[in-house]
Design a protein around this ligand. Structure first.
Ligand SMILES: Nc1nc2c(ncn2[C@@H]2O[C@H](COP(=O)(O)OP(=O)(O)OP(=O)(O)O)[C@@H](O)[C@H]2O)c(=O)[nH]1
Ligand SMILES: [Mg+2]
Ligand SMILES: [Zn+2]
Length: 317
């Protein structure tokens, strides 16, 4: 214990006792931060709010420095630089985009798609992949409900994605198939699990860690549409290590805003051909001497993925 005098001598220049932690949940101005030993409920220091007038000063996944102000309560003093971000691009003024970060520091995104019920929408999977590629986030495809179609059929459905280099994990939440591979993939990392309603995201997380008790729901049998049960995004610690955010689909959270000129880069197998077209600003849709279209003709890019690109580029997606 230092004497009052010694404390005064340390003066204003001395850094306060800051500890670091990870934001697991953010809601209505409160942030739950996991430190090495405890979960601390924090608010933002006023000075942080003044430096950035934004809703995403601190988001789930952020590493922050905080000071404890009462038992279990703290104030976030600083947000550390982000390693990655999954952001929504809202239209800003004068045609500009305003970025709204949803998850910081994610190491990977688990794109969850069912083999059936609902049937795979390749177009939607392609959109998700574009988002990951343009955010420089590692994409892992999780094919759920393998029990409904059998493993051979499941592999046939996702083979085109394995061929262009994406890892695909085949799972069944009902039989337990493939859960170990998912667990290994999640351990020690921050992961975002996303995909449309009813594909089995929450079921998957419950199967991996039964202590999570996430609410799951039946897919509407008639419409095959389902309803989003999961709305609040939070990072959940997994029993096997690592953190995971169970988020609604990308369309539902409005993540889809990609400038047309950036779209081709989001189709990874198009990259070797970009820059080799006759026209510098080639859209790869109709121009002559297009290296991308030549590659499609040679079979180096599949007609399906090229068609998917054209639809998104021409906004028929
Ligand atoms: N046959 C089979 N059914 C599954 C599997 N995984 C989930 N289901 C069922 O699919 C339905 C939807 O599962 P959820 O886990 O609630 O889906 P979700 O992706 O979390 O849906 P939202 O929270 O609405 O986004 C439930 O009725 C589950 O029982 C699976 O591997 N096989
Ligand atoms: Mg859910
Ligand atoms: Zn071209």
């Amino acid at each position: 214990m230092s004497t009052p005098n010694a404390e005064a001598a340390a003066g204003e220049a001395a850094a306060p006792d800051r500890i670091t932690g990870t934001v697991l949940r953010a809601q209505s101005g409160f942030y739950w931060v996991q430190t090495a030993d405890v979960l601390i409920e924090c608010k933002l220091r006023g000075k942080l709010k003044r430096t950035r007038l934004d809703t995403d000063i601190a988001v789930i996944g952020d590493e922050v420095e905080l000071t404890v102000i009462a038992p279990g309560k703290g104030a976030i003093e600083a947000v550390l630089p982000r390693r990655s971000k999954l952001a929504r691009r809202a239209a800003g003024g004068r045609g500009a985009y305003k970025e709204d970060v949803l998850v910081a520091n994610a190491d990977q995104v688990l794109l969850t798609f069912a083999c059936a019920q609902p049937e795979l929408s390749a177009r939607m999977l392609d959109r998700y992949l574009v988002i990951c590629e343009l955010s420089a986030l590692e994409a892992v495809i999780v094919a759920t409900k393998v029990d409904l179609v059998g493993e051979a059929q499941a592999r046939a459905i996702f083979a085109p994605y394995e061929r262009i280099g994406y890892p695909v994990l085949y799972v069944s939440n009902t039989t337990g198939l493939g859960l170990d591979a998912v667990r290994a993939r999640l351990a020690g990392r921050i992961s975002v699990v996303t995909g449309k309603s009813g594909v089995g995201k929450s079921s998957l997380l419950n199967a991996l860690d039964p202590t999570l008790h996430l609410v799951t729901g039946a897919v509407s049998a008639t419409l095959n549409k389902g309803r989003h049960i999961t709305t609040v995004a939070a990072l959940m610690p997994l029993a096997g290590g690592g953190y995971v955010a169970d988020t609604p689909g990308i369309r539902e959270i409005g993540l889809w805003q990609v400038p047309p000129a950036d779209l081709a880069w989001g189709y990874r197998e198009l990259r070797p051909f970009l820059g080799a077209c006759y026209f510098a600003g080639c859209s790869h849709v109709h121009e002559p001497d297009c290296a991308v279209r030549d590659a499609v003709k040679r079979g180096q890019i599949t007609a399906e993925r090229y068609d998917s690109y054209v639809r998104l580029r021409t906004e028929e997606g």
